[in-house]
Each structure stands twice: as C-alpha cells, then as structure tokens.
Write a protein that binds this ligand. Structure first.
Ligand code: ATP
Ligand code: MN
Length: 466
C-alpha cells in the first residue's frame, strides 16, 4: 500500500526563510522536498528544503520504544552547516508512526505540521518537531548527485535530470542571480526611457546571414525561427525611439562549444537619433548598473558562486580592430585586415586583455548588412569579457538606397526584404543598437565555464530533451 497522502486542506504557513527563534513553540505547517536524512535509530534528522532554504526536522520515536535517558546532545559532531546536525534541545516525541518516518527517502516531497523549537546548534538556531506528517510524493529513485555538491558531476547526467539538478543549491543560486540580472536590466532600461517590446519569432527572412537558420513549416510556406529581432526592433524605433526586447534567438550552430546554444536569450536594445558611440556608453552603463545591483542585492548568492565580483571601472577600454590585429600579429598570428576573429584569436587576445573591453571599427565586410559604414570601416563594436563576446552593436543604415546596396554586396535577395525596405520610404530616423547574450553575461557574473549552466534547459546540436 502506498503511504502517499493528498495535500487536502493543508496549506503552508511559513517558508523556511520565515522561521526564526522568535517563533519558539509556535505551530507551523511547512512543505518542501527532503534534501538529506540522518538516521540515528530512534532519532531521525531530516533537512527539509523549500524555495528559500532549509529547515531541520527532528523526528524522535515515541517514549515507550526509546531510551529513557535520551537527552541527546550531539553538539560536538563536526558536520557542515548544511547537513542535519543534532541539537542540544530535542524534546517532544513524535506521535507519527515511526515506520512512516523510516520510509522517507531523499528528494521526497512532504508536508509537516509541528512546533518550532529553539535549537542553538541547528542551522538558523531552530528546528521543527513534527506532530503530523504527509508524504505527498515518495521518491522512487535517488539522483546520482547530492543537492549539496558544488563540483560538477557529469554534465550530461545532470542535464538528463535537469529539473532535479536545479535543486542543487549551486544551481539555484545561479538562477537567482539570473533573475536579479534581468530585474536590474529592466530597471535600468526603464529608467533610461526605453519601452519593452516583443517581435515575431517566426519570420520570413534571415537578418544575420543565412547559414544558421532553423527552417519551420508555416502553413503552406517555409519560414524560419528568428536569429535576432534586428529588423523589427529597427522598425519599432520609428514610432517608439527607444525599445528593448528580452527574448529567445535561434541559431543553428553546428559546433560544440562552451559558449553557443541553439536557443539563447538576447537583450536587444535599439535607439533612434544616436550613433554607435552613444549606445556603447549606454551598454557600458547597463553592464555596470547590473553588476552594481548584483553586488548590492545578491551578496548571499555571490558568496556561493563569485565572492570576488566587483563593479568594473568605466570607461571600458576600447581597442580598434586595427589595434587588435596588431596585437595578434605580435602574438604570432598571420591575420589579414578583413579577417574575422577566430576563437583562437580571441583566446590569445583574452590572455593580454582582461575584464570587459570593446573592440570597435570593424571591417564592414564582416558585419551584417544593416551596419552603417564609412567606406570600408563599420561603425560597429563588440563588447568582450576576456575571450568571450558578450554583445555586438552598431550604427544602422537609415537610407534605403544604401541598405539595398549592402544587401546586394552580401549576396542577399533584395525582394525578400521588401517588407522591411518599405518602412524606409516613410522617414527612418538615424539609429543604433546592440544585442547582448544574457547567458554569456551571466557567465561573467556567476563565473561559469559552460553556457549550458546559464540556461534552464539548454538546446544544442546534441540535445533536444528535456
Ligand atoms: P559568436 O561570434 O560568438 O558566435 P555572433 O557574433 O554570431 O556570436 P551576434 O549575432 O553578434 O553573435 O549576436 C549578439 C550576441 O548574442 C552575441 O554577442 C552573443 O552574446 C549572443 N549570442 C549570439 N549567438 C549566440 C549563441 N549561439 N548562443 C549564445 N549566445 C549567443
Ligand atoms: Mn557578434
């Protein structure tokens, strides 16, 4: 027979974060999953985890069956603060059938009604003595990693069980930081007068070159998943002037790297009546605002993932493409003006230049067609962190003839862009903008080596589930 119960009328009265010694002797109802169990025979310590943290439950077998002098005091045991510790104050015996307690397994979901007890040696100085227990879902198997492990067990193993992997405190911390990064970015852009928009993700033409498109069936036509909101955000500045979008971009990246996903989140910003230098300054301020917000509002999380994080100094160093080429040649690379920077080039560069910096004034031949140029040099920039590209941006072409010219030079079909070119007949303001990869930015803040841990359910050439 199953020992599983229904939640019925039970509702949580407190999250673990709301429990404290002032609640001594109060009745509480708490719920969550079991992070760990320490079984001492007649006493079982259970760490119950909820979204905010954990609380220790102490199940003590009823008097008739337990030792008479069971004033248990394990205060000398040296266990990490996050695992159950025996407390100096253990009073109250449970009326819960002990076989039920003994049947509990890690990761099971339970609900408990019980009393708060001050317990100086327990985490946060309190524990809960359960009086009633509901097993809401008994774990059938134990995952091959502990919620406490910080070091990465095999990545594929974890990703195959992603929802459970995210119960690891290390992972939860990363995504709490992600949440705060998004909050800070939205707050910053809102204060700067930008409006949040959404653009179609099913589109008819490539915006960043054709190679990395995912085709989809769209009724009786071929369509594509958007590689970026580029053309639409440009169109939207005609009405709104300052727009941003935080949404997925889709790239059919065939390579297996630690920095490419097939589906990523892009923070796209576009502004009218400015040029690339203005939006570089904006981006620089957005980055420092966000990091400052994290330093001030996520100190607990940073202790776990990146205690050394500091707000970068501004202005970020700016290197021209020409200067970068010189550096690379000095490092022994034979690179021609007009070549794009390969991952080896960037790795070499990242060894000499650290932290956040810009690379500006790129050859227009290696930038997207909508990029504004002065002769051969594009008004374009990349924001880098060591060897990692965080963002690309530029001044955009706002003259129709120029845009048509660039489409032709890059071998794109002008007719396919008619829907976009039409807008340029009605007064397109000069404008500039950038796209910033949220996962890559998070990698720099939370010190992650692999972009797959900066997203909930990574998509890459090998992975379509879960
Ligand atoms: P890379 O050269 O690193 O492949 P990109 O220059 O092709 O990137 P952009 O088209 O400039 O990328 O996109 C703007 C930003 O979006 C990038 O700077 C990066 O932060 C992010 N980005 C682009 N492609 C990916 C991807 N496949 N996975 C994760 N983030 C990406
Ligand atoms: Mn780029």
């Amino acid at each position: 027979m199953s020992i599983e119960d229904e939640i019925g009328g039970w509702r949580r009265t407190h999250y673990s974060s709301q429990l404290n010694p002032r609640l001594n002797n109060e009745h509480v109802t708490i719920m969550g999953y079991i992070a760990s169990i320490r079984d001492h025979g007649n006493i079982v310590f259970v760490m119950l985890a909820d979204k905010d943290g954990e609380v220790q439950l102490v199940f003590k077998k009823g008097k008739e069956a337990s030792n008479s002098n069971s004033n248990s005091n394990d205060s000398n045991t040296t266990t990490p603060a996050t695992t159950p510790t025996a407390s100096t104050v253990v009073d109250g015996y449970t009326s819960i059938p002990f076989s039920k307690v003994k049947s509990l397994k890690e990761h099971s979901c339970i609900a408990v009604k019980g009393r708060v007890k001050v317990a100086p040696n327990a985490p946060k100085g309190i524990e809960v003595v359960p009086e009633e227990l509901k097993v809401l879902s008994l774990a059938r198997s134990i995952p091959p990693f502990s919620v406490y492990s910080k070091t990465f067990p095999n990545l594929d193993l974890r990703l195959n069980l992603r929802a459970i992997d995210l119960r690891r405190y290390y992972m939860k911390t990363i995504f709490r930081i992600r949440h705060k990064v998004l909050k800070a970015i939205r707050e910053f852009l809102d204060k700067e007068g930008f409006i949040e928009v959404n653009t179609p993700k099913i589109i008819s033409t490539a915006s960043e070159g054709g190679a990395s498109l995912f085709p989809v069936f769209y009724f009786d036509r071929e369509a594509f998943l958007a590689q970026s909101p580029q053309l639409y955000k440009e169109q939207l500045v005609t009405a709104f002037e300052k727009v941003f979008e935080i949404a997925p971009i889709f790239r059919a990246e065939p390579s297996r790297t630690n920095r490419h996903l097939a589906e990523a989140i892009s923070v796209d910003v576009e502004e009218a009546f400015v040029d690339y230098k203005d939006v570089m300054n904006l981006l620089e301020r957005m980055v420092t605002y966000t990091i400052e917000y994290i330093v001030n509002n996520a100190s607990d999380e940073l202790k776990v993932v990146n205690p050394m994080l500091t707000v970068p100094k501004t202005p970020f160093p700016r290197y021209t493409y020409d200067e970068v080429i010189d550096i690379l040649r000095k490092n022994g690379y034979s690179i021609e003006w007009g070549d794009d920077l390969s991952s080896e080039h960037l790795a070499s560069l990242g060894k000499v230049i650290n932290g956040y910096y810009f690379i500006v004034d790129w050859p227009s031949s290696i930038r997207p067609f909508y990029t504004k140029s002065n002769g051969k040099v594009a008004e374009a920039f990349d924001l880098m962190y060591n060897d990692l590209e965080i963002s690309s941006g530029s001044s955009r072409i706002n003259k129709k003839e120029e845009l048509i010219e660039r489409l032709k030079i890059q071998g794109l079909r002008v007719e396919a862009f008619e829907y976009h070119l039409k807008v340029f007949d009605y007064g397109m303001p000069p404008h500039a903008g950038f796209g910033l990869g949220l996962e890559r930015f998070l990698m720099t803040i939370a010190r992650l080596d692999n972009i797959r841990d900066a997203t909930f359910y990574p998509r890459d050439i090998d992975r379509l589930v879960p």
